[in-house]
Design a protein around this ligand. Structure first.
Ligand code: XUL
Ligand code: CO
Length: 443
């Protein structure tokens, strides 16, 4: 089985440059090209999402699967997990991604009992470890699926039934052990069912206390087994629940601060989750980054006309450039990376489409990196100029905390009235477009 090729029509994807017309080549992602002292590969740290790329079958809420994947042909649980893993690593190698991410349930089907699921996980974790060693591909993050199984319908850590909370805890414990075994650099908590559909039956305060207790137990257990991965919370506003407790970056920060968890968690910001919360992608990145807690990114996009998590591949150069600007400004993602939490449209049924989707998005982020690098100095200049009145005089006193309202009054009285200063928004928008055009022209 391991010698079987699941993607025989595609060989290793190479960089051919912007003039290439080859859909199976990179136009912007040139892994070893240096940008500001680091290679593109080091900046971008691309990760492949097992659940979409390997498990995605093209189903939607109205229709059955449309993709016919060779690795899904076995009905035996272990044989099918093994086949999927071989397909996965063939894909990771051919696309040239250094990292991957998975939930427990992505790599092998869950059983009804924790003991049987754990036995299955041990089986596949041994194989994953070997594959990682053979290929040099690393685990960006792993996580536990605490949202698909019916037992989690009322939540996992926030379930009103303590037995289910215990089940969720058992699953997380196992995945922390697997993360350690596989050298995961991060561990993600996405609270897919941690929220509510109705306040008629929900004690929000108690559920949030339980969530914090659960996360603290995870912190303690990771410490006890010496698993040093960065813990990440992934904000999402809604879907599947009407309101998710990890609503957006600001809500997560306030939760982490309230329960004294900021030393242990950063945020994993997903573009489509930002838009579901009514924010732009760069807004969420900036909120997390300002707190020093931007840990990693789920790189995808939504559709402005659809109100759900479409998880499309990000291809908009403007958006990726804006995102990369925030990432560059904070000096990179550290142990984080850009994980493609993105899936093919249901109608994109060719096996090559899987490569084309990732290629387009890898190119879009590589392009974004070039544009951000070009714009960085100018961006700093714009911001420092706009706030320069805080560098001296009354502004400096405000920032340092030495001013009081009487001092502000005295200052205002002295100046008579403030000048009118333009925000130059349109000018700056046009200028940013010019930078994008310059990158396209290779200037
Ligand atoms: C769901 C989502 C998840 C997390 C990991 O919207 O983004 O796949 O990234 O659980
Ligand atoms: Co995600």
């Amino acid at each position: 089985m391991s010698n079987e090729q699941y993607f025989p029509s595609v060989s290793e994807i190479k960089y051919e440059g912007p003039d290439s017309k080859n859909p199976l080549a990179f136009k912007w992602y040139d892994p070893d090209k240096k940008v500001g002292g680091k290679t593109m590969k080091e900046h971008l740290r691309f990760g492949i999402a097992y659940w979409h790329t390997l498990c995605g079958a093209g189903q939607d809420i109205f229709g059955s699967p449309t993709f016919d994947r060779a690795w899904n042909s076995s009905s035996d649980v272990k044989a099918s997990a093994e086949a999927k893993m071989h397909a996965a690593f063939e894909f990771f190698q051919k696309i040239g991604a250094e990292y991957y991410c998975f939930h427990d349930a992505d790599v092998i089907a869950e059983a009804d009992t924790l003991a049987e699921s754990n036995e299955r996980i041990d089986f596949i974790a041994d194989l994953l470890e070997k594959k990682q060693q053979e290929t040099g591909i690393k685990l960006l993050w792993n996580t536990s699926n605490l949202f698909s199984h019916p037992r989690f319908m009322h939540g996992a850590a926030t379930n009103p039934d303590a037995d289910v909370v215990a089940f969720a805890g058992g699953k997380v414990k196992k995945m922390l052990e697997v993360g350690k075994k596989l050298g995961a650099e991060n561990y993600v908590f996405w609270g897919g069912r941690e929220g509510y559909d109705s306040l008629m039956n929900t004690d929000m305060k108690r559920e949030l206390d339980h969530l914090a207790a659960f996360l603290s137990m995870a912190v303690d257990y990771a410490k006890s087994i010496d698993f040093g991965a960065q813990f990440l919370i992934e904000p999402k506003a809604m879907e599947p629940t009407k309101h998710q407790y990890d609503h957006d970056a600001a809500t997560c920060l306030s939760f982490l601060r309230e329960y004294n968890l900021t030393d242990h968690f950063k945020l994993n910001i997903e573009a489509n989750h930002a838009t579901l919360a009514g924010h732009s992608f760069d807004h969420e990145l900036i909120v997390a980054s300002n707190a020093g807690l931007l840990g990693s990114v789920d790189a995808n996009r939504g559709d402005v006309l659809l109100g759900w998590d479409t998880d499309q591949f990000a291809v908009d150069f403007y958006e990726t450039s804006r995102a990369m600007l925030v990432i560059l400004k904070q000096g990179g993602l550290g142990s984080g990376g850009l994980n493609f939490d993105a899936k093919l449209r249901r109608t994109s049924t060719d096996i090559e489409d899987l490569f084309i989707g990732h290629i387009g998005s890898m190119d879009a982020f590589a392009f974004g990196l070039l544009a951000a690098d070009k714009y960085m100095t100018r961006y700093d200049e714009i911001l420092s100029k706009r706030y320069q009145s805080f560098d001296s005089g009354i502004g400096k006193d405000i920032e340092s905390g030495s001013a009081d309202l009487a001092a502000l009054e005295a200052h205002a009285t002295k100046i008579g009235k403030p000048e009118t200063i333009s925000g130059k928004q349109e000018f700056l928008e046009n200028e940013f477009n010019d930078v994008i055009v310059d990158v396209i022209r290779g200037k």
